[in-house]
Design a binder for this molecule. Structure first.
Ligand code: SIN
Length: 272
């Protein structure tokens, strides 16, 4: 899709058994391109699960409020949801990487388009490995050994998340520590690993130093040259690599139209 991010996959029907050869092509392409756009699928929630399990084991999402009753490992995303005060909730707005407040954040997230608006509602991706490689060496050295504190909802974030139920809170860590630069366990490439929605601070730095630094890294990493912008087509199944990408949804479409997708994540490693 761009020279750094995204590959389109055609000619496969994920409702049918997938050969070992095809599975290897898909899993290698996933690591090489970070986003796979698998076109023209029409999958039930259970079929989404089987398709995505080609790439790994399912990670259980922290907020079970969006779980589908008939297949709870699959959640939905919908622009028709509202906060308790009645404001519309647009899931995924604002740059982030998924569930970085987990000790082993999910390596991948997949979305399958069920209902799309006529226009808009793209998902943007920023390649954090390309962004890291393009940093001046002095900045690479400055951030090389920094460790960030990730929480469910950063007090610095402008994007507010749905609050967790008491039962969900019990299984979600209060805070976890992750390196600001992580090495991809499969490709070996280094990526900037930041998350404006979840990072509460950086160990050993006060906020006066940490917040501008995080802002500078975010601005650098989300420049157009590091982005792939996905324009959804009906039937798309998109799977992306959370270990080396930030992503964000866009609530820029007619809210009288529904945007509804199935969502599932896959288990990852401890970032190192
Ligand atoms: C997400 O952040 O997982 C949602 C992205 C989107 O809805 O485009």
């Amino acid at each position: 899709m761009t020279d750094h991010t995204g590959a389109e996959v055609r000619g496969i029907d994920l409702t049918r058994p997938v050969s070992a050869e095809a599975k290897a092509v898909l899993t290698n392409a996933f690591v090489a391109h970070s986003v796979l756009v698998i076109r023209e699928q029409s999958l039930s929630p259970h079929q989404v699960l089987a398709a995505v399990e080609l790439f790994g084991r399912v990670f259980l999402q922290h907020n079970t409020r969006f779980a589908l009753p008939e297949c709870p490992q699959i959640h939905y995303l919908s622009n028709q949801d509202r906060f308790p005060d009645g404001r519309r909730y647009i899931p995924g707005e604002g740059w982030h990487t998924d569930h970085s407040n987990d000790a082993r954040p999910p390596k991948a997230t997949a979305l399958h388009a069920v209902t799309l608006p006529d226009r808009g509602g793209d998902t943007q991706f920023a390649n954090m490995a390309a962004a890291h490689a393009a940093l001046p060496p002095v900045m690479q050295d400055r951030i090389a050994d920094l460790v960030a504190i990730h929480v469910y909802q950063s007090s610095h974030s402008t994007r507010k998340l749905m609050t967790l139920s008491d039962a969900n809170k019990e299984r979600v860590p209060n805070a976890v520590l992750h390196p600001v630069v992580r090495t991809h366990p499969e490709s070996g490439r280094k990526s900037i690993y930041i998350n404006p929605i979840r990072i509460e601070g950086i160990l050993g730095l006060d906020h006066k130093e940490a917040l501008p630094l995080l802002g500078e890294l975010l601005q650098h990493a989300t420049a157009d040259r590091f982005q792939y912008r996905h324009r959804w087509q009906p039937g798309d199944l998109v799977i992306w690599d959370n270990r080396c990408l930030l992503h964000k949804a866009n609530g820029d479409y007619d809210m009288d139209q529904t945007r509804y997708l199935y969502r599932v994540m896959l288990e990852g490693d401890v970032p190192r």
